[in-house]
Unconditional design. Structure first.
Length: 124
């Protein structure tokens, strides 16, 4: 096994079950992109991990809500949601909207992106 492979295996063994699942899903994703080294190989299906629900505290700031949702949905590309999430945060800051309602909307954005990720990889 190469040094890189040994290093990857060592890091993998240090992770918890959830993180291992996420790393495997990402590795499947990278392998399925069809890089030049993978020519002729059959790609494994991409496995989208389930969200890791974290209970929402009774009193939660928007920043704490974003951190909680990022931990709940580690498989999502947060840059794809940046526009929608930053608009909500900016509106809250500028107009003083209800934080609980903003967090509700953030939860819906994350859930929607998760469903879209699942749909995009269904049947691959």
């Amino acid at each position: 096994m190469s040094n890189t492979g040994q290093e990857l295996l060592s890091l993998f063994e240090q992770l918890g079950a959830s993180e291992r699942h996420t790393l495997l899903a990402f590795a499947h994703f990278l392998a399925s992109r069809g890089s030049s080294g993978a020519a002729g190989r059959v790609s494994a299906p991409v496995i989208i991990p389930e969200p890791e629900p974290i209970e929402r505290p009774a009193q939660e700031s928007i920043v704490a809500g974003l951190k909680r949702l990022s931990s709940t949905y580690p498989m999502l590309d947060k840059s794809e949601m940046l526009s929608a999430t930053s608009d909500l945060v900016a509106t809250n800051i500028m107009q003083g909207t209800d934080s609980a309602r903003v967090i509700d909307e953030l939860e819906e954005i994350f859930a929607t992106h998760y469903r879209q990720l699942q749909s995009a990889h269904r049947g691959k």
